[in-house]
Structure formats: structure tokens, C-alpha cells
Ligand binder design. Sequence first.
Ligand code: ASP
Length: 400
Amino acid sequence: MSHSHAMALLGFIIAGAVAGVFYGWYAGEAATGIGWLGTLFLNALKMTIIPLIIASIISGIGSIGDIRQMGRLGGTTVAYYFATTGIAVFIGLLVVNWIQPGAGIALTQTEVPERILAKQDTGISDIFLSLISPNLIDAAAETQLLPLIVFAILFAMALTTAGDKAKPVFAVFDGINEAMMKLVIWIMHLAPVGIFALIAARLGSVGGGEQFMAEIKAVGLHVVTVLTGLLIHGVVLVLIMLFVARRGFDYLLGMARALVTAFGTASSSATLPLTMECARENKVDPKAVKFVLPLGATINMDGTALYEAAAVMFIAQAYGIELSLMQQALVFITATLAAIGAAGIPEAGLVTMVIVLTAVGLPLEGIALLLAVDWFLDRFRTTINVWGDSVGAAVIDRLT
Ligand code: ASP
């Protein structure tokens, strides 16, 4: 896609998002009537994900070939993920200790939803178990991306040892990848309408602007805390982009279509196809696009990690429970793991927060405090998740 074409599309996408906020705000419930347009866009994106990630990872690893270079790429990628997720959690803890959003919050006795109760026995071992699926078709049917990614990596590594026999297989996946990227460009043109509808319908489903403001006000400082933390981390990532990846602001602009889509869909997985296409247009090395971005969309979630830490501290403050430095260190570690374990789908972070709460012995009911506004904060943290992956691809491109 040419630069001017891409910028025009970005303009339409932003206009769609803004119009969606206005329409949902004022039309309220009635705005849910156009929700199907958003679903259509979302489904089109999701349709591409499974073939896209499998083909991109296999063809990406195929283009590396040399096992040592692969180790270097993998090592740098994982180091980047951990470093930035750690920074994010740290910022979350700083901001929440500074603003103290939970002090003076009235505890509500809302029911904890079934989807969270069902996860109450989730432990850290489940994160490791989620890496491998006994049934790939099952995993694909449920869009569990992580086991598919692990399989694609192992498959491609095995294939690199097969010499000449491997060549046509890699060529096939390369071709599939090219076709999928083309499809993504077509689907991208639906984004202005799709994002308009997704935002309008979501805001409409809570009853429009006034209703929404009332819900935000109930936990206002929590919202301020999370948004402040996410903003600070977003800026840190910009600095990493400038000084480590050595990219200019045009990189941010080039990734913006994916970032607005992340905001509109609240799903890093659904946004992944656009993230990959934008990075490709920004001349990020294909290896980084094909390998770093799919993996990042599922395990590198800076925004979610920051949110988990800030939200758990908020709950502790609301219950009047003082967490010691040791316990906050535990929050640091488990929030990182919970973010890795969260799938790139809407409000997944809220569910994996159970891991953090149980680690420091806080009541699960605390989650009830966050329910009303989680969908809203989810959009911002997903945007930061995708921004973290985008900067990651540029960094890995630079360093390997
Ligand atoms: N919705 C987020 C994502 O897809 C995950 C979460 O924090 O709930 O990246």
C-alpha cells in the first residue's frame, strides 16, 4: 500500500473511531443496532489469523535457516519481552502507590461472574500447560494461538534439518503467507466502518454517554491511575523506539492503523494481521514481522501487565489491606506471568488476574470492583500491548 493511500486510510479509521464515540454516546442503546457491522469486520480479521500465523512463522524461520541466528533472534525477542513487561509492571506499581486510588472506595457486593469463578484454581503451572495442545484442530477451533505458535516453531525447526526436501515445503508456506497478507490489505479497508460500529455498539450497550460517565465516576481514581500508567509506558516505548530501534516518529504514524484497531477491537490477536501489515510497510525486516509479532501478540502484553499490578493494588487498598514490599514483589512476578498467560482477546486480563490475587491472598470478590469499567480500560491496555509488540519488532530488527 502506498504511503499516501495508507495515510488516507488512517484518516478514515480515526474519523470512524471518533464518530463511533459520538454515535454511541448520544444514541445509547439504539447504537447496538449497528453492532453487526463491527462483528463482520472482526470476523474477517479473525478468519485470517490461523493460516496467517502458521504460514508466517514457518516461512519466517525458514528464511533464517541457520540455527545460531535463530537462537540469537529468539533470545533477543524474549529478553525484550521480559524487559519491557517488567518496566510496565514497575510503572503500574509506582503509579498506584502514588495515587492511592483504592483509599476510601465503597466496597460493593456485586456477584463475581462465572467466567472468573471458573478460573479460580488457575495456577502458574496452567501457563506452562497452555503452551502445548494435545489437539491442534481443537486449538485452532478455539483460537488458542499459543499452542499453534509453539507447534509452528517446532515444525519449522524440524523442517530446517530436512535439507533439500524442506525447500518446497517452505516455499508453500511462503506463498500462503503472501496471499494472507494480501487478504489483510483488503480487509483493512473495512476498518473505518468496522471500528465505528464496534465502538458505537459497545458504548451503546452500557446505555450511552451519561450512563458510562456514572460508572467511570464510581471508580474514577482507578481509571486515572491505569490511564496515567499506560500513558507513561507508551512514552517509554516511544523512547525505546527512538533510541534503541533508531526509528523516527514516522514509525509511530505508520503503526497507527493497527493501534486504532487495537482500541476498536480490544483484542491483540484480532489486530495482529494489521500489526503485521503495518510493520511490513514500515520496512521492518520480514523475520521480525513473521516471528516477533505473532509471538508478541500472545505473550508480550505490557498494558495488561501494568493493569494487573495496578488493579490488584487498587483492590488491596479498597479492602484496607497493606501489602508489604515482599508481597508487592510477588505482585510484580505474578502480574508478569498473568499477562503472559492472558490470551489476546477482550477482557482476558481480568480473568488471569485471579493468579495475582490468590498469590497475595486477596479476596476474589475484589474483581467485582473493576467489572463495570474493565471493557473501557481494556481498549487502552490492548493499544499499549500492540504498541509494545510494534516497538519490539523494530528493536529486534535493529539488534539482530
Ligand atoms: N484485551 C487484551 C488484549 O487482547 C488482553 C487483556 O488485557 O484483557 O491484548
